[in-house]
Structure formats: structure tokens, C-alpha cells
Design a protein around this ligand. Structure first.
Ligand SMILES: *Cc1c(COP(=O)(O)O)cnc(C)c1O
Length: 397
């Protein structure tokens, strides 16, 4: 490594192109892909010094890897976090953030409207290891307050939520966490690091599935945990080092390239999503349209306060339940049916029969996920083609 151009006081878009870059002796333009498991030492003394920390450097790619370090430094600068740790997937990041926050006998509070696997960790996995959890209605601040116990160590939420795009007041929940002496972990996937900065709103930890907008082109899985240096060093690093949920250097390289174009892609996708939301609002067959960038969003005031942009996602409730929702979905020609999101390709999903099938009817009713709800992730296609596709599908209901 001869040069580290990373993390000067640049604006976001510049940091996303240059932040964290480490150039080798060859002076490559694009970040090098260090696809290696291990590292060699010039002599036994150098190996000893590397292992006892006297000579900082790389030891083994389960611990750290230069390409992964570049990814971590780049996103760290964007988020304004002291430290970051890349992981194999978004779920590895969520699991890591929770596992590094609790011990047996502790208690976790989480919003009910969670990504399915996150809910599984809180509801099913943590209790197996003696960590109790309470699920609350995230938009009701009093429920968070009432759920706090002396042993509460972590509060966990995502905002906007999947799939109904509820917006939770992060600063208000952060206040409760602070008073309780607990860590607030925010899954910021739907907002992206461009539109919402949970750390600035008082959260302690931010997690991403980099699989979504950060790759944004459907290629690889990845995740990241961002927080303060002390906690990452003392709790997160040892967990990664000894249990192996680390990010692959190949994925880190793909995701570094993804970060370069993140503002362009998310900006364009948001603009198109806004156009589709405006087109659908108030149409006869649309019972409900949920878009965080509109004034008719149920938490529009909170969204305005804590988000600097709308969303690449929108949700609609179609009149006529599952049958009408399926007819609409099947009539789409350009928009693809898939449960992924944040992609260059526009994707639609029917949560009640896919991503939220396993939680059961009762839990779906609690989360307002009726059989008529569809979630649309807007991609990079020409918005006019997307509007034509949606209009045609509406007339097929
Ligand atoms: C996709 C997603 C995850 C899980 O990420 P993977 O990369 O698929 O493991 C977690 N939280 C949210 C909000 C997601 O959308």
C-alpha cells in the first residue's frame, strides 16, 4: 500500500468515489481486489510482531482484508461513524449487532414491523440463549417506554418499515434507549445512508444489508455494522474474528463499485418512485398508497424531520384483495416479480403470500399487511415505461 486517499473532509458524493481508497505500488485507478485468505511475513519476528499488535497489518481474511477495509472506510465516511465492520450479508450484520449487545439474562425491545429474519432472531433465536424480547408497535412511543426493564440492553428498529413503509421517530426512541442505558440499533436499509443518518438522530448502531441499494445491481450479498470505535473494537471485532460472518473480498470489491454510483441510482429511483406514487394516488382501484415522500403519508411529519428524501419503495393496497393484487402483478410486463429490493430492475412483491407468509394471518393483520398490499421497488428504467406498465396492469384488474 503506498497511498490512502480516504476520508478527507469531502462531501458525500466525493467520499463515495474516493473514500477509503488504498493504492498499491502499481498505482491502479480502480480499487484492487485482494482475493487472498492469508498474508505472509518477512521473518518469524515480523509474524510475532503482527500477532501481538506491535506491527499493525493483516493476518487472515476472517479478521480483516484490504479490499474489505476499503469498503468499510468508504461507507464509514458516508455514515459519519467512527468504525465499521463488513459482513457476509445483511442478516449477518443484524445478528452481529444484536449478539455483540446482549448476554444471557438481558432483554431486547424491537418494533414488530421487522424484516422477517430480524423478527426471527428477536422472537425465536435470542430467547433460546436466555435473552428475552418484547415486540412493540414502533410508531407508538409510549409502547417503547412501557416495555423498558432494568435489564433492557438493546432497542432495535427499521424505518421506513417493510413492507408498509411506516416511519418510526428515531430520535424519540433514541431518548428512551439513552435513559434505559441500552443501545439503539437501526436497520437503515429502506432509507439508505443518503436519506437518513440514524447516528445523528441519536442511535448507537446502524446496520445495512448492502445487498440492497449499495450493490443495487442484483449481484452479491453483503452487510455492514457501523458504530463507535470502542464497541466495534471490543465487542464486534472479537465476534467476527472468532465466529466468521466476515465479508468476502470479492463482495467488498463489488460493493465498493456500488457505492460510487449510489447517489445517482438512488436519486433516480426515488424520483421515479415519486412519479409512480403521484400517478397511483387517488385512482379508483387503489385503496391505499403509502409513500414516505408524500404529505398524505401517515407519519409525514416524522418523515420530514428525519429523512432528507422520499424512498425508492412504495406500497399500494389494491381494491379486491389477493385476487386483484395477483391480477395486477401478473399483468405487469416490465416490472418483475421478486422479493428483492433496491435493484436497478423494478421489482414487485405480494408480501402476504411471500416475505410475510410464514408469520401467519394474525401477525399480518397486526402489521396492516392485508391481502391487497403490494410492495414496489422502483428501478432505473425510463419512468415513462414504468408508468405505462403500471397503467396497463391497473386496467387488467
Ligand atoms: C434484506 C434485508 C435484510 C437482510 O439482508 P440480507 O443481505 O438479505 O441478509 C435485513 N433488513 C432489511 C430491512 C432488509 O431489507
Amino acid at each position: 500500500m503506498t497511498e490512502n486517499t480516504g476520508n478527507r473532509n469531502w462531501r458525500a458524493a466525493t467520499n463515495l468515489v474516493h473514500g477509503g481508497t488504498m493504492r498499491s505500488q502499481f498505482g491502479e485507478t480502480s480499487e484492487a481486489l485482494y482475493l487472498t485468505q492469508g498474508f505472509v511475513y518477512s521473518d518469524a519476528e515480523a509474524a510475532e510482531a503482527r500477532f501481538n499488535g506491535e506491527n499493525p497489518g493483516y493476518v487472515y481474511s476472517r479478521y480483516a482484508n484490504p479490499t474489505v477495509s476499503m469498503f468499510e472506510d468508504r461507507i464509514k465516511a458516508l455514515e459519519g461513524a467512527e468504525a465499521a465492520r463488513g459482513t457476509a450479508s445483511g442478516m449477518a450484520a443484524v445478528n452481529l449487532a444484536l449478539m455483540a449487545s446482549v448476554r444471557a439474562g438481558d432483554h431486547v425491545i424491537a418494533a414488530k414491523a421487522l424484516f422477517g429474519s430480524c423478527r426471527y432472531i428477536c422472537e425465536t433465536l435470542l430467547p433460546r440463549f436466555g435473552v428475552e424480547s418484547t415486540l412493540v408497535n414502533g410508531t407508538d412511543i409510549n409502547e417503547w417506554k412501557a416495555a423498558v426493564r432494568p435489564n433492557t440492553k438493546a432497542l432495535f428498529l427499521e424505518s421506513p418499515t417493510n413492507p408498509t413503509l411506516e416511519v418510526i421517530d428515531i430520535a424519540a426512541v433514541a431518548d428512551i434507549a439513552k435513559t434505559a442505558g441500552a443501545r439503539l440499533i437501526v436497520d437503515n436499509v429502506f432509507a439508505t445512508p443518503l436519506y437518513q443518518s440514524p447516528l445523528k438522530l441519536g442511535a448507537d448502531v446502524v446496520v445495512y444489508s448492502a445487498t440492497k441499494h449499495i450493490d443495487g445491481q442484483g449481484r452479491c450479498l453483503g452487510g455492514v455494522v457501523l458504530s463507535d470505535e470502542e464497541w466495534i473494537t471490543e465487542e464486534v471485532m472479537p465476534f467476527v474474528k472468532h465466529t466468521g460472518p466476515h465479508m468476502s473480498p470479492f463482495s467488498a470489491w463489488v460493493l465498493l463499485k456500488g457505492l460510487e454510483t449510489l447517489p445517482l441510482r438512488v436519486g433516480r429511483q426515488t424520483e421515479s418512485a415519486g412519479k409512480i406514487a403521484d400517478f397511483l394516488a387517488g385512482r379508483p382501484k387503489i385503496r391505499r398508497l403509502i409513500y414516505p415522500g408524500r404529505d398524505d403519508h401517515p407519519q409525514a411529519d416524522v418523515a420530514k424531520r428525519q429523512m432528507s428524501g422520499g424512498s425508492t419503495m412504495l406500497a399500494i393496497e389494491i381494491e379486491g384483495g389477493k385476487e386483484a393484487a395477483f391480477r395486477f402483478t401478473n399483468a405487469l410486463e416490465l416490472i418483475q416479480i421478486s422479493n428483492n429490493l433496491g435493484d436497478a430492475k423494478s421489482l414487485i412483491t405480494h408480501p402476504a403470500t411471500t416475505t410475510h407468509q410464514s408469520i401467519g394471518e394474525e401477525a399480518r393483520a397486526e402489521l396492516d399487511i392485508s391481502d391487497g398490499i403490494l410492495r414496489l421497488s422502483v428501478g432505473l428504467e425510463d419512468p415513462l415505461d414504468l408508468l405505462e406498465d403500471v397503467e396497463k396492469a391497473l386496467s387488467a384488474i
